[in-house]
Write a protein that binds this ligand. Structure first.
Ligand code: SF4
Ligand code: SF4
Length: 148
């Protein structure tokens, strides 16, 4: 989807995006909906990714089940804003917000370029055999290696 005939993500800064442009930059990979672990006594400790997905995620629909209310419904669901994009160094290296924050190009499989969400599945949460969060799950049993 190229809005107004231009690659807006290349010509605008993140803080200049319209609401629709901002939303369309998300490729829908779902990787930010996976639980992460970090030593609570050390802010500089590495963030470890797991393949346990937030209980609010709908695996069959491949999206958040309540996107509108996500920040109210799930404590810890982080509001990603243009002003804070640089803070989220735990986002996957493929995250479009992270890429554009660092002025890097979007990959060819990004829906804004390919026109399809199909390519995202190979790079997103579904390629990691995700496990749904439950009350008794031990996140340490589901650590994965993912580039962040
Ligand atoms: S990691 Fe980035 S691109 Fe992927 S779903 Fe989250 S915000 Fe969207
Ligand atoms: S509330 Fe929705 S958007 Fe937030 S982490 Fe959970 S599934 Fe993802």
């Amino acid at each position: 989807m190229i809005m107004n005939g231009t690659r807006f993500w290349e010509t605008k800064q993140l803080n200049e995006f319209s609401h629709d442009e901002w939303e369309s930059l998300c490729d829908g990979c779902g990787l930010c909906c996976l639980h992460k672990l970090q030593d609570e006594d050390d802010d500089n400790a590495p963030v470890l990714m797991t393949r346990v997905v937030c209980h609010c995620y709908d695996l069959s629909a491949t999206q958040c089940s309540d996107y509108t209310n996500r920040h109210i419904k799930v404590r810890g669901c982080t509001a990603l804003t243009a002003a804070r994009a640089g803070e989220f160094d735990w986002l996957p290296v493929t995250c479009a917000y992270r890429l554009r924050h660092h002025n890097l190009p979007l990959p060819s499989w990004h829906p804004l370029i390919s026109g399809s969400k199909e390519g995202v599945r190979r790079y997103g949460l579904h390629a990691l055999n995700p496990v749904m969060e439950t009350e008794d799950i031990d996140l340490e049993d589901y650590l994965i290696q993912i580039e962040t």
